[in-house]
Design a protein around this ligand. Sequence first.
Ligand code: ADP
Length: 164
Amino acid sequence: MKKIALFPGSFDPFTNGHLDTIQRGAKLFDEIVIGVFTNTSKQTLFTAEERVELVEKATADLANVRVITQDTDLTVNVAEKIGAKFLLRGIRSVKDYEYEKDIMTMNHHLDSEIETIFLLADAEYSHVSSSLLKEVIFFDGDVKKYLPDVVYQAILRKKKLNEK
Ligand code: ADP
C-alpha cells in the first residue's frame, strides 16, 4: 500500500523551512500531499488561492509532492479522504513541541488510525517562521535566503500594492 503523508499548514507564506521538511519527507513517504489550510486564529497575507499557487511553484521539481486546499473539514477527515495514514509536521523548538503535542493528541483522539510523524527543523531554519519573516519584510529587512524565490517576489509585489 502506498505510504501517503498529509503535511498541513497555513504556509503564509511558504518558507525554505517548510520546503526543507517536505524535501526530507518526500524521501520517507511515497507521496506527500501539502494541505494549504486555514488556521482560524491567524489572519493571512495571501489568499488560499495565492498560497496554493506559490506552494505548487516552489515544489514543482518534487515528483511525489502535490498540493490541495480546503477550509471546512478536519485535518484527519481530509487525510482519510486522500488515503493518508500519516500527518507530517515540523518541530523547531520546545514551544513547537508543546503546541504540536496537543494537536497530535487531539488528532489521535479523532482518528486513532492516523499517526503524526515529526521532523526536527534543520538548524539553518529553526528560527524561521512565516510570521517573523513577514514582520522583518514589513520593515524592509533582508530575509531572501529564507524564502523560495517565487515566494520572495510575490511578497515584494504584495508589499508594493499595500503601500499604494
Ligand atoms: P500552522 O498554522 O498549521 O502552524 P505553519 O505554516 O506555520 O502552519 O506550519 C506548518 C508546519 O510546518 C508546522 O508543523 C510547523 O511547525 C512547520 N514549520 C514551520 N516553519 C518551519 C521551519 N522553519 N522548519 C521546519 N518546520 C517548520
